[in-house]
Design a protein around this ligand. Structure first.
Ligand code: ATP
Ligand code: MG
Ligand code: MG
Ligand code: MG
Length: 571
């Protein structure tokens, strides 16, 4: 590729709304352009990155035995009614009507369509196991689309769905996907952690998230540096909610604030505006049963942490006394923003035992007072000291890690999620197959998502410096850039640059030759911002001694390399 024939348009300034590095740098490097809130055009350089990520994902999915197909973005409401999610999904599901007033959705995920395919295509145990995947545009009408590709409304996801005869075989499919995910994120060159995740409203027994470690991540991960234990905060803190048997009164809640002498802060508090980031909340009750809706009292806390208001609402689906509620559900049920949710007061017959705001919350605190009441929840507006280390042992009651030890907490970006579904969707849609005895049985399912476009942003959060992006080579838009000093003036330089370009291209290296008539400073700044991993500078002076300069993006100084060796070094 020749730069003069390509589209390169770097910007000095990032848009004011771009809060995090990946959003700023992708915009400045000309990789994305905003079309509407959470909706972007992938510009040529950005698209190359996405295609690279897709290629790695596709290769590993194929290697793991998954089969690619392509399901539509627009899906009929009927299927969503059948699964029950037409009612349940809430405001993130973009619904629309066609000219005949028929209802459709823009798919946020494809369980319904794939289960419909399965019930029509899978007849016999002989066809199983099967795993279908696609890489397709998703739409989720996120309440707060932000951070560029990190939390878009339109984004690209790889989603796979496994079908098995029985639970044991479905678990094996799950493990295969888990291993494939490990390989994918290793190949992408990211520092990540697989963490146990809550199965939330979907139920099922197993779920793991793949979290890229980054301070700007919206999720919190709890792990034990001495063992294998790692879980997202929802899962890590949930047992405490069930174990907790003291009903928090307003007095107790107040006593659990850090200002109260009896209280000790045992976890960390990370400061960002609260209402911006809280996404879901764990609701726990002592005696709710899964079958009937439980009445929940929510105590709303305002910025001055006065106990302003109590709201009531009925929510179904409590299992083992607790469940998650999304912000949308909270909003719909209680008519309030979950960012202001605080502990729950139990003035009624249902004894609410605790609450706990989870993923994407900004201010997470845990307190324990001397009476042994553990409080987990959000900072309700007071300026808290910021403890550096975290000890969630008091929060994680029923010690989830047999090895014990001090737990640590860090921020992560959820880039992948594997989920054992069981027969949730096959039962709802009647997706059966014939067993060896000729009797129909329910298909056992798993679903497996990877945020393709989010990975691009997550990679930048982990790999950047003050000059710009530092792409891992596996996903860089170009692997090598050749910068000739005087392409338009010196035939010697032109010939040498062209020869090197031809050699590298012939070897399959994705190489860019910058033949623009620009000053070296500007040229270098562009490629540093764009983040090409390797730069080769060719000038008359070096060529006199038969050398070119090769510099990796992280290297402060260039190496002088013999022209004849340059292609081999750049490989
Ligand atoms: P989050 O907790 O960040 O909202 P999620 O749990 O709702 O994500 P899943 O339903 O598990 O997401 O979807 C699978 C993957 O799709 C996620 O792991 C993430 O990488 C990606 N993803 C989800 N929502 C978005 C979004 N709004 N923008 C970009 N990628 C997303
Ligand atoms: Mg989400
Ligand atoms: Mg999530
Ligand atoms: Mg998820």
């Amino acid at each position: 590729m020749y730069a003069s024939k390509y589209h390169i348009n770097t910007l000095k300034e990032a848009p004011a709304e771009a809060e995090i590095k990946s959003h700023q740098l992708m915009t400045r490097a000309g990789m994305i352009r905003k079309v509407a809130g959470g909706i972007y055009s992938y510009m040529p350089l950005g698209l190359r990155v996405l295609r690279k990520i897709e290629a790695v994902v596709r290769e590993e999915m194929n290697r793991a035995g998954a089969i690619e197909l392509l399901m539509p973005v627009v899906q009929p409401a009927e299927l969503w009614v059948e699964s029950g999610r037409w009612e349940q999904y809430g405001a993130e599901l973009l619904r629309m009507k066609d000219r005949h007033q028929r209802d459709f959705v823009l798919q946020p995920t494809s369980e319904e369509v794939i289960t419909d395919i399965a019930r029509n295509e899978i007849h016999s145990w002989r066809q199983l196991p099967l795993n279908f995947y696609h890489i397709q545009t998703k739409f989720r009408d996120e309440r707060r689309p932000r951070f560029g590709l990190m939390r878009g409304r339109e984004f690209t996801m790889k989603d796979a769905y496994s079908f098995d005869r029985d639970e044991a075989s479905a678990q094996a499919s799950y493990d295969t996907m888990y291993d494939a995910y490990m390989r994918i994120f290793q190949r992408l060159g990211l520092e990540f952690r697989a963490v146990a995740a809550d199965t939330g409203a979907i139920g099922g027994s197993r779920s793991h998230e793949f979290q890229v470690i980054a301070d700007t991540g919206e999720d919190l991960i709890v792990y034990n540096p001495q063992s294998q234990y790692a879980a997202n905060i929802e899962l890590a803190a949930a047992p405490c909610l069930i174990a907790q048997r003291a009903a928090p009164t307003a007095e107790l809640v107040k006593a659990a604030t850090p200002a109260a002498p009896k209280c000790e802060i045992v976890a960390e508090q990370l400061g960002r505006p609260l209402a911006d980031t809280v996404k879901s909340i764990v609701l726990a009750t002592e005696d709710a049963d899964a079958a009937k809706p439980a009445t929940i009292w929510l105590l709303l806390l305002r910025g001055d942490h006065d106990l302003n208001e109590v709201k009531t609402g009925k929510l179904p689906g409590f299992e083992n006394g607790y469940r998650f509620a999304t912000e949308t559900e909270i909003q719909d049920t209680f008519g309030c923003v979950p960012g202001y949710l605080g502990p729950i007061s139990p003035p009624g017959p249902v004894n609410i035992i605790a609450d706990h705001t989870v993923a994407n919350m900004s201010d997470f605190i845990c307190g324990a007072n001397q009476e042994g009441f553990h409080y987990t929840g959000v900072n309700w507006g007071r300026d808290l000291p910021e403890p550096q280390s975290a000890d969630l042992r008091n929060v994680v009651a029923g010690d989830p890690d047999p090895q014990g030890g001090r737990l640590a907490i860090q921020r992560g970006i959820e880039v992948g999620h594997v989920f054992f579904l069981g027969d949730k969707y096959s039962r709802a849609l009647g997706a059966t197959f014939l067993e060896t005895d000729g009797k129909p049985a329910m298909l056992q399912m798993g679903c497996y998502g990877i945020g393709i476009s989010r990975i691009a942003a997550a990679a930048i959060e982990q790999n950047h410096d003050d000059k710009g992006i530092v792409w891992p080579r596996a996903i860089a838009p170009f692997e090598v850039v050749i910068c000739p000093m005087g392409w338009h003036k010196s035939e010697t330089v032109r010939n040498a640059a062209q020869a090197l370009y031809d050699q590298l291209s012939a070897q399959g290296v994705e190489v860019m030759l910058d033949d623009r008539d620009t000053r070296p400073g500007i040229m270098f700044a562009d490629w540093e911002l764009i983040g090409v991993p390797l730069r080769i500078t060719i000038g008359d002076r070096g060529l006199k001694d038969n050398v070119v300069e090769i510099q990796t993006r992280r290297q402060p100084e260039a190496d002088k390399v013999d022209v004849a060796q340059a292609a081999a070094v750049a490989l």
